[in-house]
Design a binder for this molecule. Sequence first.
Ligand code: ARG
Length: 463
Amino acid sequence: LANPQWGGRFAAGPAAIMADINASIGFDKRLWRQDIRGSLAHAAMLARVGLLTAEEETQIREGLHQIAVEIETGKFEFSTELEDIHMNIEARLSERIGEAGKRLHTARSRNDQVATDFRLWVRDAIDGTVAQVTALMNSLATRALEHAASPMPGFTHLQVAQPVTFGHHLLAYVEMLSRDRGRLLDARARLNESPLGSAALAGTSFPIDRRFTAHALGFDRPCANSLDAVSDRDFALEYLSALSLLAMHLSRLAEEIVIWCSSPFSFISLSDAFTSGSSIMPQKRNPDAAELVRAKVGRITGDFMGLLMVMKGLPLAYAKDTQEDKEPVFDATEAMTLSLAAMDGMIQDMTANNSRMRALAGTAFATATDLADWLVHVPRLPFRTAHHVTGRLVGMAEAKGCDLADLSLEEMQSVEPKIDSSVFAVLTVEASLASRTSEGGTAPENVHRCAQAWLERLDNAHE
Ligand code: ARG
């Protein structure tokens, strides 16, 4: 049978394979709330400009509310013949209320309808992601405050470099996440224009009020160009690109958690709640959740690249290709929702092994830079000379199999006679940390202040 929505032109229905490739109801049913919301705004506008009677509008409104209940309670029968969520809901409305239902599609096309629905969906997804990112930032800043003065080895090239505090390390991720949040909010601001009323591609001859529907749906204004409005998917791409960067940041933190949990490191431990065992090795405790968060970046970036390639080379205006915009967005959103929740759980769950981190923070000549800095501060050697002197002292200590602080004053003076006994005070981990008071540095007082400032800012963001 021909599709009832365009049966006038068609004598026969589609081939089975045509129905299969064409239908999107399997995945776009997730847009049902947005579709109903858009239709309610559209009907209210049609009534306002006199294209629907008040009574017709009431019938449509009530009919749509009933359909919402049907869908919510699992009573709605989705039909593949009706292709997508838009025609499923519209056909059901006409079935329920007759004539008035058939007037709903006046001055509208599925092209502006789907673009509107999808913008609403992505906007909600952005709001959900921003809330989750904010919660994770809160957890990280809370743990950072707790560990503002806890020493840990700082790394470059994954080699012990200089002591830092665990709190400082955690706050680095708060900074990254705050940029992610900014990117999501930027994308939201550009997304927030309404395609509704662009109709198929050219606009419409009906005296519609696009500002009314835009504001009813929480958009800032209508999209300016009808061709652009029905074919633009930048909003979905910007969202996916922001998610890709966010996922990349989460994968870095996840990787650090994996490393920190590994027994040669033992910087932190995760409880039973966030680890799993081995089916053969009875002693094992594996950080599977962290590994999965580390992996999700592949999938999310794949979703971004996939949609980017769908959009490449598409001529104006609407083309069915854009029906392929939804699955990557749904998939990436699901993966990100899980990742953020799991990461937040792990950050709250982890126990820091402070004594282990403190012990390693001073190994591998981690305070050599402090010695070089002392040579600049006290005997006023030029930094390059100080670097060279320190390098020789490190070589000496390494040959003896001891730390820098274990060298005698005489041994030090054999390399640089201007060294006096006050040098030993700068060679401890605590002295090194306390000295890093430059803006953005790891001194515990700095870290304490930054963690507190973040917690205050995040508290205000919640309001
Ligand atoms: N299911 C379609 C989509 O997701 C709706 C728009 C169809 N428009 C059309 N002219 N065939 O893009």
